[in-house]
Design a protein around this ligand. Structure first.
Ligand code: HSE
Length: 461
């Protein structure tokens, strides 16, 4: 820190980078008053300095194409990584840490895939890595979990962490139009990416869930091992049946600590949730996380999960927090990651003031509960021939595999002919083991009375 100024290098000047410049400018007086220092952008790394029509105007003298030189500048204290991806971003974040700079990143994929590497490096170097914008954009869920609930123990969380998926399912619920139409409309409106795979396929949510699990449960999960289903399995008719049963369908992430078993449950999929739940009212592109913790009980955090200024707000707030640590000479003393594994030999761990016994102790790695062993309730929609005994056959197979039915409806109207198409039998199960449900469904799929692939949506709550 020089003369009450903190030097910042900004890597990337897209939507969020532009938002950071705008927010630093719009709220300059307020930030300076709160921090007692100024955040001074000293370099902005871009691919093409001549690019026209940027989100914001930036002094051309600040623009650079040399990312490595920019992160190593002596007058830079904080490197802000907003380029995305996991190749260049990883190298630059590690280079910044090695150069003794603290880092702010909005890069969920980088943290989900390289969590231990990044935080071990930061711990060794005694610098901070903050990442509020990586999960739910402007919703300060990381700060809540790290600080607000620091004395509590999270038992479970349910979240809507992908705005695009929430927008599509919310619009489907209102209009009962098909998934593909609404996706196209969301792309035209600029809500959904040209390649929406990560959003609607659940990959973006899995990255965010991995970070939340690491933070809540002090263990680094392998993001590739998290079971993920996209929202494209949901059809308008499922939303109508869900409604009849008193549920809505939401794109959920779910995590639960299995306590004694030293295991974590983590999964990403659309789910039926009771219409009375607070999360059922989280519509459009909004995000929300519903946390259940030992002491506080339930609490919910809601807001914009994406967008230029909401995301930039999280990034700049992280810069302010890091600047306060720089001023207090406490960078890296309380790793924002939570325990990230064994303290590496020779770690400074910020190492200037804490006796070794005062450091957070590494936690035992916890394993993910295999999906086959997860126990939950299920919505099952069978498309069958309308014949005597069909319902009995379905229920017999489910019962044989220990899957008990709680509610069932069949919508075959009187006078309906078999060539009108399949008749739908919709069943809600009691809690069952996923492996048993899958075994029953494989057996049912082979029955001659079955006309359509069974649709399965898990029920939460
Ligand atoms: N594409 C994400 C969403 C925002 O739709 O919520 C960035 O993670």
């Amino acid at each position: 820190m020089n003369d009450q100024r903190i030097g910042v290098a900004l890597l990337g000047l897209g939507n969020v980078g532009g938002g950071v410049i705008k927010l630093l400018d719009d709220n300059a007086a307020q930030i300076e008053a709160r921090l007692g220092a100024r955040l001074d952008v000293r370099a902005v790394v871009v691919r093409d300095p001549d690019k026209a029509n940027r989100v914001v105007e930036v002094d051309r003298a600040l623009l650079s194409t040399d990312a490595l030189a920019s992160v190593r500048r002596a007058d830079v204290d904080i490197v802000c990584e907003l380029i995305g991806g996991t190749t260049d971003a990883r190298e630059l974040v590690l280079a910044a840490i090695a150069a003794g700079k603290s880092v702010v990143t909005a890069n969920k994929a980088l943290l989900a895939e390289h969590w231990t590497e990044v935080f071990t490096a930061a711990e060794r170097a005694g610098v901070d890595v903050y990442y509020e914008a990586a999960v739910c954009g402007g919703v300060p869920i990381i700060r809540v979990l790290r600080e607000g609930l620091a004395s509590d123990r999270v038992e479970a969380l349910h979240g809507i962490v992908n705005g695009t998926s929430n927008y599509i399912l919310s619009t489907m619920t209102e209009s009962r139009r098909p998934f593909a139409d609404i996706l196209r409309e969301a792309q035209d409106l600029g809500y959904a990416e040209a390649d929406p795979t990560l959003d609607v396929g659940g990959g973006d949510a899995a990255h965010k869930l991995a970070i939340l699990v690491n933070l809540c449960f002090g263990t680094a999960v392998d993001v590739a091992a998290i079971p993920v289903d996209g929202i494209d399995v949901v059809e308008p008719i499922d939303l109508s049946y869900a409604d009849k049963f008193g549920y809505v369908v939401k794109p959920l992430v779910i995590a639960r600590d299995h306590g004694d078993a030293d295991a974590i449950e983590a999964r990403v999929h659309p789910a039926l949730i009771p219409a009375s739940w607070l999360l059922a009212d989280v519509s459009g592109a909004k995000n929300a996380i519903y946390v259940h913790s030992y002491a506080l009980g339930p609490s919910m955090y809601y807001g914009a999960g994406a967008g230029m200024l909401p995301t930039a707000m999280s990034v700049v707030s992280d810069m302010i927090e890091i600047s306060r640590n720089l001023a207090a000479r406490s960078s890296g003393l309380a790793p924002p990651a939570g325990p990230s594994g064994p303290t590496p030999p020779g770690s400074s761990y910020g190492g200037r003031r804490f006796a070794p016994q005062a450091r957070p102790r590494p936690t035992t790695p916890k394993k993910l509960v295999p999906l086959a062993d997860v126990r939950t309730r299920y919505y099952l929609r069978f498309g069958v021939h309308d014949q005597p005994g069909v319902l009995g056959q379905l229920m017999t197979v489910l019962g044989k595999h220990h899957v008990s039915i709680a509610q069932v409806v069949q919508d075959g109207a009187p006078g309906r002919r078999d060539d009108d198409g399949p008749v739908w039998v919709v069943a809600l199960t009691h809690e069952a083991r996923e492996g048993d449900v899958r075994a029953a469904l494989a057996e049912i799929a082979a029955l001659s009375v079955v006309r359509e692939r069974v649709r399965v949506i898990r029920i939460a709550g």
